[in-house]
Ligand binder design. Sequence first.
Ligand code: B12
Length: 136
Amino acid sequence: MTDFVLATLNARYAHASMGLRCLRANLGELRERSVIREFVIGQKTEEIAERLLAEQPKVLGLGVYIWNVEESTRLVGLLKTLAPELVIVLGGPEVSYESTEQRICALADYVITGWGMSPSRNCCSSWMPANARRTS
Ligand code: B12
């Protein structure tokens, strides 16, 4: 069991996520309560959801990029059905611009635009990030 899971769907196994590593490295005292979980596009959404929920996190931070936005949208929808109490925070380039029009943003709890380092720490510690937009 862990409090914060930072996850993303990479395009390939070889393309590890620098974004998640930067976020975790900057979580300060919360780092030990967090883990990174990486998946690849093409994996079954149900399998990803099952693996994430098995960690019983309080907060899921999901990195959204152009190559994973479709599958991430399905994943967030499924997670919100299975575990509505899970707080889902989105970040990454694909939700940093024109995020109001994106379905995934409407499904998630928070969207943090731009470089996510200190906002995500605030988000994890207070659950109410000052510069995150509440989406629902
Ligand atoms: C290195 C790189 C690659 C590498 C490896 C990428 C990888 N790891 O998968 C290679 C060369 C393989 C590549 C390929 C492609 N790339 Co590329 N790439 C980059 C580049 C130059 C740096 C990425 C990086 O590591 N940045 C540093 C990290 C720390 O930044 P970050 O990932 O954005 O994460 C930060 C924030 O986004 C945010 N954040 C991220 N996730 C989360 C999650 C949460 C919860 C929160 C709060 C915040 C948050 O906080 C992080 C830390 O500040 C960026 C441009 C750029 N300057 O960022 C383009 C970029 C990511 N690539 C892009 C694209 C389009 C592609 C391709 C699709 C191009 C193509 N047509 O083939 C391909 C396919 C992607 C793939 N993975 O296979 C776009 C993505 C656009 C989008 N809307 O998602 C970018 C942004 C370039 C651009 N401006 O268009 N790419």
